[in-house]
Design a protein around this ligand. Structure first.
Ligand code: PMT
Length: 222
């Protein structure tokens, strides 16, 4: 039977990588497959939520009963997230957004000539940070993909980006992070507590994250 713990809640999920164009045939991206974010969208829908999935990939099957929006660049994702964040009760930023993009997008293919070329990169907008600045009655969840100092960096993101929860994965661990069907995460809360989960399928991790959110929001409202 369906557990409708997220009934009447609008959940905005971002998933996958972004693609930052260099020229008409090349772009910068990262290893995110979108699986973690799609699992969150699917499980949120099963828990009764209205789900909007903003995705940097179009290679995964779209979960049932979710509104799916495809984006390419960090800038596109930023615009779509801002547009849809207004009515969202819960926002989960599992996308691996590019931190930098090429400063210049070339109109035609860069030809091979010089032995070395330099590509200047500029910062993208930090979507989570912008959401944190504007947030009123929303529950904001960030992810942290780290290779070292996981707890320290996760807690730093929790505070600086004004999030309510950070889900950290050490992407160097076997069975965690990008591409696979499993993940190993620790959930950090604002009150300083943390919940460390063992290796689980991304579907089960998604359920755990959503149940943690529901219980935190319950405490909020009482
Ligand atoms: O997609 P999969 O293959 O299943 O892999 C899952 C995952 C490893 C991508 C996922 O579990 C994960 O960790 N996602 C966040 C990846 C990431 O970009 O982490 P970060 O530590 O660089 O960013 C921290 C947070 O800020 C994230 O919530 C990110 O969405 C957000 N951010 C980052 C940069 C930016 N310009 N805007 C953002 O909103």
């Amino acid at each position: 039977p369906k557990q409708a713990v997220l009934q009447n809640q609008t959940v905005l999920v971002t998933a996958g990588p972004t693609k930052e164009k260099l020229d008409p045939v090349r772009y910068f991206t990262n290893r995110s497959s979108g699986k973690m974010g799609y699992a969150l969208a699917e499980q949120a829908a099963l828990l009764g939520a209205n789900v909007i999935l903003i995705s940097g990939t179009d290679r995964l099957p779209i979960p049932q009963d979710v509104t799916w929006i495809h984006v390419e660049s960090a800038e596109d994702m930023y615009k779509e997230v801002m547009k849809h964040s207004v009515g969202a009760d819960i926002i989960i930023k599992s996308a691996a957004v590019a931190d930098y993009r090429p400063k210049q997008m070339f109109d035609s293919k860069i030809k091979k000539s010089a032995d070395r070329i330099m590509i200047e990169m500029e910062k993208t907008t930090d979507i989570l940070y912008e959401l944190g600045k504007r947030k009123k009655d929303q529950f904001l969840v960030g992810f942290a993909a780290e290779t070292n100092h996981v707890e320290e960096y996760a807690r730093e993101k929790l505070t600086r980006k004004n999030a309510d929860m950070i889900v950290a994965n050490n992407v160097t661990l076997e069975g965690a992070g990008f591409e696979g069907n499993t993940n190993i995460v620790t959930i950090y809360h604002k009150d300083g507590s943390a919940k460390e989960l063992p290796i689980m399928s991304k579907a089960d991790i998604a359920k755990e994250i959503l149940m943690e959110i529901a219980s935190q929001m319950g405490e909020w409202q009482t």
